[in-house]
Design a protein around this ligand. Structure first.
Ligand code: ADP
Ligand code: MG
Length: 253
């Protein structure tokens, strides 16, 4: 277990009279993949955007790599990578042009082709953003989070809407990013994904954290409480059938 790189203490967020985040506290350790799970409207994106310095909090304390969000937001921005909404990209620029544009904004000297290599998109260097598949767009948007060589990246539902191969391909990419030393904070609605990808998860419901631990530990706890699946679990599921029939390789022309 690494040192604490994000510390959230008693965080509250109100939108008018509505309290979307109701006093949550959690730590993220350096080098882990930390998952925020929870139904729509639970407050996941709000929490991420506050840590990312993109949204004001109502109260509470946030420290990122030891820096206080209240006093050092600009310093925090320099060490984090944030996935922008893909709709915000200039659709007619090609990938190299987009990376060059973003590098300029970050004032970073980046080799576009080396970056595209990292996310397996070098052969799409001259393709326009709008011409790519959903999985390629997500991989590209993850590449843009790496431009400023961040210590932490935040991914808000990066695999929503992707087919099973593209999803697995993204898991591999996220693991590679973590293995190269970057801490990853991710939200997802796919529990299978959280189970294989996340070192620890926080489950948020209606603005409160109701569980926080490793997926393995949470499952063991449920089993120890006497929970039993209503019927015999098969050794495979329909997704296994799909992957077995169609293969693991990506299908992106
Ligand atoms: P999640 O990402 O878990 O789906 P969000 O953080 O997006 O949840 O939203 C949490 C709650 O806050 C939801 O009820 C949502 O409708 C509300 N909310 C989010 N953004 C705003 C906003 N800008 N103004 C008012 N309410 C908002
Ligand atoms: Mg959200």
């Amino acid at each position: 277990m690494g040192k604490t790189i994000i510390e959230v203490k008693n965080l509250h967020k109100k939108y008018g009279d509505f309290e979307a985040v109701k006093g949550i506290s959690f730590d993220v350790y350096e080098g882990e993949i930390f998952g925020l799970l929870g139904p729509n409207g639970a407050g996941k994106s709000t929490t991420l955007e506050i840590i990312e310095t993109l949204r004001d909090k109502t109260s509470g304390e946030v420290f990122v790599d030891g820096m206080n969000l209240d006093t050092s937001p600009n310093e925090i921005k320099k060490i984090i990578g944030v996935q922008l909404q893909t709709s915000g990209y200039y659709p007619s620029l090609n990938l190299v042009e987009l990376i060059t544009l973003f590098s300029g904004l970050y004032n970073e000297d980046v080799d576009p082709l080396a970056l595209l290599d990292k996310v397996n998109l070098r052969d799409k260097a001259k393709a326009k953003f709008k011409e790519m598949s959903g999985g390629q767009k997500q991989r590209f948007s993850i590449a843009t989070t790496l431009i400023n060589k961040p210590k932490i990246i935040f991914l808000d539902e990066p695999t929503t809407g992707l087919d099973p191969q593209a999803r697995r391909n993204l898991w591999d990419l996220i693991r590679e990013i973590r293995n190269s030393g970057t801490t990853v904070v991710i939200t997802t609605h796919y529990m299978d994904e959280a189970e294989v990808l996340c070192d620890r998860v926080a489950i948020i419901d209606s603005g409160k954290i109701i569980a926080l631990n490793s997926p393995d530990h949470l499952v063991d706890e449920l089993v120890a409480s006497g929970f039993e699946k209503p019927k015999e679990v098969k050794q495979a599921n329909l997704e296994d059938v799909f992957i077995n029939l169609t293969g693991r390789e990506l299908r992106e022309e």
